[in-house]
Design a protein around this ligand. Structure first.
Ligand SMILES: [Zn+2]
Length: 113
């Protein structure tokens, strides 16, 4: 575990607003989600700010607001984003390997072309 490569509290808290706006990039999202899972302080900070941010929005638009559900949903979306990005990266890596192998075979005349 690369401890010093992990996100610091100050970094995580600086990303809360961007996370709520759904504007985190993959690398930031991954670090942010990881940090929130291991740091109660930042999770509390996130929940407080999310309550204010999302609560105000929902009250203004007259929608129902179930804070527990909303927080869980928001974090699930973050998790799904990280997982989906991982899958996409893995699929791309496989594709590139296959194409590279095919090209190599072609150049070496393995297909008899
Ligand atoms: Zn923290």
């Amino acid at each position: 575990m690369g401890k010093d490569r992990d996100m610091q509290c100050s970094q995580a808290q600086a990303l809360i607003q961007t996370f709520m706006d759904d504007n985190l990039e993959f690398g930031q999202m991954r670090g942010f989600m990881k940090h929130l899972k291991s740091c109660d302080e930042c999770r509390d900070e996130f929940e407080n700010r999310f309550l204010v941010y999302e609560g105000m929005r929902k009250i203004e638009s007259g929608e129902d607001f179930n804070f527990e559900d909303e927080v869980r949903e928001k974090l699930k979306v973050g998790d799904a984003f990280v997982k989906a990005a991982f899958r996409t990266k893995a699929a791309l890596a496989v594709l590139i390997a296959v194409v590279a192998a095919a090209l190599l075979c072609y150049r070496l005349g393995i297909f008899g072309l």
